[in-house]
Design a protein around this ligand. Structure first.
Ligand code: GLU
Ligand code: ZN
Length: 276
C-alpha cells in the first residue's frame, strides 16, 4: 500500500463507433488499478457527440466489458448532465473567461493556424475582431485570462511525474460547441469531479488535454485527481494501433467466439511489456 485512499477510476467511451483493442486496454488498466488499490471502477458513457453518437452502442460496450471479465459501477451518461454543463459555462462567461467564435475549420486553417499537441491552435481571430453575429457561435476559453486568474499550476501523472500546466500547445480550446452546451473538455472535467474520480486513467493520446482539465479544475474549485496516461498499444511494426488499419472491433471478436478473458490476460502482458 502507498498510503493513498482507495482510487476511483473510470472508463469513459464515446458511443461513436465500436470498441477496439486500445479501448480494451484502457478499460483493463482502469479496472486493475482500482482493484489493486481496493477502490472503485466506473463506466461512464460519453454520449454527447451529437449526430455521431449511437446510444445502441452503449449496450455493446457493456457486453464487451463483461466479455473481458471486468466488473464496474455505471454512473450517469453525459446526455443526462447537459444542464450542469450549461450552468458551468455560464459561470465562466460571467467571469469573462470565454469568448464567442464563429470560425469554421476552413477559416481557421486559412488563417494560418499552427499545429499544436492536439490539433490546430486557434489563431484568435474572433478574439481580435469579434464573431460574425449572423452565425452560430462556439465559446472558447481565453487561456491567457484563465491562467492569469489561477496562476501557475501543476498536475501529477503516475508515469510522467509532476507536469507544469502549459496551454501553449492547445491554445484557446472550445468549451461550448456550436451544437452542444459543452465540449469534451468541459464535460469530462465536470463529470470526473461529479463522479468522485480520483485517478483519471486513459491512453497517452489524451495526455495534452489534461493541461486544460487541470486549468478548469482550478477555475471551478474542483478536487484535483491524479492521472495515469498509459502507453498505447502498437502493432508488430511499432505503429500505433488504429481502427483504420483494420484492428477488429471487440464486438466482432466476441461474436466470433473468442475468449475475452484470455484476450484481457494477453493485453495485461503487453501492457507490462510497454512498461506502463
Ligand atoms: N470519451 C473519450 C473517448 O472515448 C475519452 C474520455 C477520457 O477518457 O477522458 O475518446
Ligand atoms: Zn473564431
Amino acid at each position: 500500500m502507498n498510503g493513498r485512499p482507495p482510487p476511483v477510476t473510470r472508463f469513459a467511451p464515446s458511443p461513436n463507433g465500436p470498441l477496439h483493442l486500445g479501448h480494451a486496454l484502457s478499460a483493463i488498466v482502469a479496472h486493475d488499478l482500482a482493484q489493486a488499490g481496493g477502490g472503485r471502477f466506473l463506466l461512464r458513457i460519453e454520449d454527447i457527440d451529437g449526430p455521431r453518437s449511437r446510444p445502441d452502442l452503449a449496450d455493446e460496450f457493456r457486453r464487451d466489458l463483461e466479455w473481458l471479465g471486468l466488473e464496474w459501477e455505471e454512473v450517469p451518461a453525459q446526455s443526462t448532465r447537459l444542464a450542469t454543463y450549461a450552468a458551468a459555462a455560464e459561470a465562466l462567461k460571467e467571469c469573462g473567461l470565454l469568448y464567442p467564435c464563429t470560425c469554421t475549420r476552413k477559416e481557421i486553417e486559412a488563417a494560418g493556424a499552427s499545429e499544436g499537441t492536439d490539433g490546430l491552435i486557434y489563431p484568435g481571430t474572433c478574439k481580435r475582431t469579434g464573431p460574425d453575429p449572423a452565425r452560430p457561435a462556439a465559446w472558447r476559453l481565453d487561456t491567457e485570462k484563465a491562467l492569469a486568474e489561477v496562476g501557475p499550476l501543476t498536475w501529477e501523472d503516475d508515469l510522467a511525474g509532476t507536469i507544469p500546466v502549459d496551454l501553449g500547445g492547445l491554445g484557446d480550446v472550445v468549451l461550448v460547441r456550436k451544437d452542444l452546451p459543452a465540449s469534451y473538455h468541459l464535460a469530462v472535467t465536470l463529470d470526473d469531479a461529479a463522479d468522485g474520480v480520483t485517478l483519471v486513467t486513459r491512453g497517452a493520446d489524451l495526455f495534452a488535454p489534461s493541461h486544460v482539465h487541470r486549468t478548469l479544475q482550478a477555475l471551478f474549485g474542483l478536487p484535483v485527481p491524479r492521472w495515469h496516461h498509459h502507453a498505447l498499444l502498437t502493432d508488430d511494426s511499432g505503429q500505433k494501433l488504429a481502427k483504420r488499419r483494420g484492428s477488429p472491433a471487440l464486438a466482432e471478436r466476441r461474436q466470433a467466439g473468442e475468449d475475452g478473458r484470455m484476450l484481457a490476460e494477453q493485453l495485461r502482458l503487453r501492457h507490462l511489456r510497454l512498461g506502463t
